[in-house]
Design a protein. Structure first.
Length: 313
């Protein structure tokens, strides 16, 4: 069974890098668009009996999801033996529970749709909440961004580090960082009246005279990170850096980050950054990690060992 890698239009650069690290080229395909915006997808080569990996982050707009669904459906109808959706950034993951009456659970809905379209497996990275894996009735390989961030942090050579959770939800991630580096940790308690608007922030823990590393799964508007960095500097932090796997950067996030006291914001390439990004943003590649996952799946090896072994180095 041959492995073939194809790219959605929202992850074309990352997909090309994944294929290069894997040792192949991207498969041939065509995406057509009707005058009214309707999409039509087709493969331009045979995939009969192959294991097909479809790379597409479900970001920016709902169109990315529709395109991925069309790719999955086309692969099934073209008699692919196995179809894996490689979704570096899984959108709608923030809608993972019913936190108030009469709302949808978007993450579960997208999981159902991907399975119904015919996907046999999902590969993704740093879900907003780990339990989202349970929304799927197909295997989920959940890669961990700290495999990429840890080496970068080591190269900084910082001493007197405190890892800080920008909110309570980020505590499990922060605890892993703190334990690995043998460092202190703290948490920021934030209160929101409405989504994307932070009303107040309280820092719980000691950060005075320390280099602070904020850890989270994503940065959207940048409001939380900027407000938290202000609060940390007022508490006596020496420097503030942020490590966030997925860089969404809605609205004027780039300008806010430029104007903030943060030294840098380190993200991955799971979402295309576009042009005119903040000078403080540093992007690290996930392509080698995803390519390694594809190789391990192909060879029926453990995917979790891929990053567990790397963390021991």
């Amino acid at each position: 069974m041959s492995v073939k890698i194809f790219s959605g239009s929202y992850s074309s650069v990352l997909a090309r890098d994944i294929a290069k690290n894997y040792g192949s080229e991207l498969g041939r395909q065509t995406l057509r668009r009707f005058k009214d915006g309707e999409l039509s997808f087709s493969f331009d080569e045979s995939i009969r009996g192959d294991h097909v990996f479809l790379v597409q982050s479900t970001c920016t707009s709902a169109e990315s999801i529709v395109e991925l669904l069309l790719m999955i459906d086309a692969a099934c109808r073209a008699s692919a033996m196995y179809v894996t959706a490689l979704v570096p950034y899984f959108g709608y993951a923030r809608q993972d529970r019913k936190d108030r009456p009469r709302v949808s659970i978007g993450a579960k809905l997208i999981a159902n749709i991907l399975s119904a379209a015919g996907a046999h497996r999902l590969i993704t990275m740093d879900l907003h909440a780990g339990q989202i894996q349970g929304f799927f009735d197909i295997p989920v390989d959940h890669l961990d961004g700290k495999v990429i961030f840890f080496p970068y942090l080591k190269k900084l050579g910082l001493k007197d580090i405190s890892f800080v959770a920008p909110d309570v939800g980020a505590l499990p991630r922060v605890r892993e960082y703190a334990q690995y580096f043998g460092a202190q940790m703290a948490v920021c308690d934030k209160y929101r009246k409405v989504a994307n608007e932070v009303s107040s922030i309280q820092v719980i823990g000691e950060v005075k005279g320390r280099h602070v590393i904020l850890v989270d799964d994503l940065v959207d508007t940048g409001v939380t990170l900027c407000r938290v960095s202000d609060a940390l500097m007022k508490k006596g932090a020496l420097t503030v850096r942020a490590f966030c796997t997925h860089g969404i950067f809605s609205g004027d996030a780039h300008q806010m980050i430029d104007d903030s006291p943060m030294e840098e914001v380190v993200i991955t390439d799971t979402i295309p950054t576009g042009e005119n990004i903040s000078s403080k943003i540093h992007v690290v590649s996930t392509s080698a990690l995803f390519a390694g996952a594809i190789k391990n799946i192909e060879n029926h090896k453990s995917v979790s060992s891929l990053f567990l072994d790397n963390l021991k180095k």
